[in-house]
Design a protein around this ligand. Sequence first.
Ligand code: T4K
Length: 369
Amino acid sequence: MSDKILVTRSSMPSKEEYFEEIKSLWDSHWLTNMGEKHNRLEKSLKEYLGVSNISLFSNGHMALELVLQALDLHGEVITTPFTFASTTHAIVRNGLHPVFCDIKEDDYTIDETKIESLISERTCAILPVHVYGRMCNVEAIESIAGKHHLKVIYDAAHAFGVRYKGKGSASFGDASMLSFHATKVFNTIEGGAICFQNNNLEERLYSLKNFGIQSETLVSGVGANAKMNEFQAAMGICNLAHIEEEIQKRKKVYDRYMDNLEGLAGIGLVKPKLGETSNYAYFPVIFDETQCGQTRDDVYDRLAENNIYARKYFYPLTSEFECYKGQFAGTQTPIAKYVSERILCLPMYADLETRIVDRICNIIVSKIL
Ligand code: T4K
């Protein structure tokens, strides 16, 4: 039996590069709390991402929770249930109420035409997700938010390095959260960031990720501990040096999948929209059993029998999680439901060999009617 192929595999610099980067920590003994490497990475990322402000965090989830707190939101937040647990949990853990909007069938992002009908006098913000690194309709969302005086916070966990009409993916809305988790295109082991427009948020985010401390004797906010440490930042510094190569290698994997699967009956694939450059973060496929003769679960099982572990990102919908049982009765998101029951993310990472991609595709194609 060959080695397991998992849905992704962390990209890492060489041992030598990382060891060289962390060596100085044994001189400084400064390991966390906004150290030299943290500050250097923050500056480099600001340039690479083309954003006006950035604040680094211990992980993407805490970044999202704390930006919602920093914006001092109250009431309802319009979002989508087709996402990772983090998005909905961040809303709920802030004492806010998620209102679920459906997604679009072509790119699985929030359906901007359905947002306005969900706005009530309690709505304070929209929290759309650039799911799989596909950009939401940022123009339409900006216009709706402007008209109704709502904040826009993007969950851009998947969108590192994506550009839209020449602008970095994290430069839209009031703020965007990026995840630098080990499974992402760019990783700091665990980590994340908030990119934001209003300079006034800087101090608030800085303080909230450090217990709300402003000075040795002044604690002005009920903060958390969500600081990125120096070992994380060192990993980020090393990985950022290879990011273009990383994305190009992923593109080769994407192209190979497309060569094998594009145009097949019952197989739904997403492509970058006009003006969008991709980071090839995920390779999601929809299996429509009425046309391709196999359900998503059939494919998942058959791949697993062959030691290939695809993932059902994102099933179930967050609105259907056990912990939210009975809370979102009446939520109507039929497209999100359809997609979540048919989607499978195939293995996708920079070093995935093309012969393995071909093997995965053969297992799928061999059963197509
Ligand atoms: N918003 C969205 C839309 C998100 O997708 C996420 C995270 C967040 C917010 C929150 O951001 P963070 O707080 O995580 O920064 C994984 C990731 O842990 C999670 O970051 C990610 N989304 C989610 C989509 O995927 P799991 O539960 O699937 O992880 P796990 O442990 O099953 O790993 C999946 C595969 O990744 C493994 O089969 C192998 C590979 N892997 C995993 C780890 C931990 C590695 O290659 N290296 C590793 O170190 O959630």
